[in-house]
Write a protein of this length. Structure first.
Length: 190
């Protein structure tokens, strides 16, 4: 809930629709970079944590991505920080859930943060994605998945899927917001 000036009707609290405001990722090749590329192309704020030295499998993460370096050179710290700093995590996966992608899911579970895992080859209906965002009131979305070197084609598949999902979510209404679920809506699992 967002706080507003109290009045006799709302007691100071009012439900407001959630607006997806920002995408975060770790900047690795593959899904992470696809998320940053799509976010920038759609005019969303982007950011997140990356390892010290802007480390990625292809060298230094390009400066066009506005990421903050962790003090550590390893990937685990940036993964944890991105999960913790976001309202929820979308994992776009190809193949088995393993390595850093599985670590992301474990961090989300440990931090009690919503985590939606989508198999890129199967997809998800845009309406189901919009409902998940709204149900969990996600304004800052962490997007994660396999690196390009481990799953060739991950960047292209993730960019295509994420573009469709985000365009649908951002078109949710004319105010660029996502509808909040009704109080009688069933609880969705994260």
């Amino acid at each position: 809930m967002d706080r507003v000036k109290p009045n006799s009707k709302n007691g100071g609290l009012v439900e407001r629709p959630t607006r997806l405001e920002k995408l975060v990722s770790g900047g690795q090749t593959g899904v992470d970079r696809a998320a940053l590329d799509v976010g920038l192309a759609l005019g969303l704020a982007v950011g997140g944590w990356c390892p010290k030295g802007r480390r990625a499998e292809d060298g230094a993460i390009p400066e066009r991505y506005p990421l903050t370096e962790t003090p550590e050179r390893g990937y685990r710290a940036r993964t944890r920080r991105n999960v913790e700093d976001a309202d929820g995590t979308l994992i776009l996966n190809l193949g088995a859930l393993d390595g850093g992608t599985a670590l992301t899911a474990r961090h989300a579970r440990k931090a009690n943060k919503p985590c939606l895992i989508v198999a890129l080859d199967a997809g998800i209906e845009p309406a189901a994605f919009r409902a998940w965002l709204a149900d969990h009131r996600i304004a800052v979305l962490n997007v994660a998945g396999p690196r390009e070197g481990k799953r060739p084609g991950a960047h292209a598949a993730a960019a295509a899927r994420l573009t469709a999902l985000l365009r649908s979510a951002l078109a949710g209404d004319s105010a660029n917001t996502l509808s909040s679920p009704s109080s009688s809506a069933p609880e969705r699992s994260s």
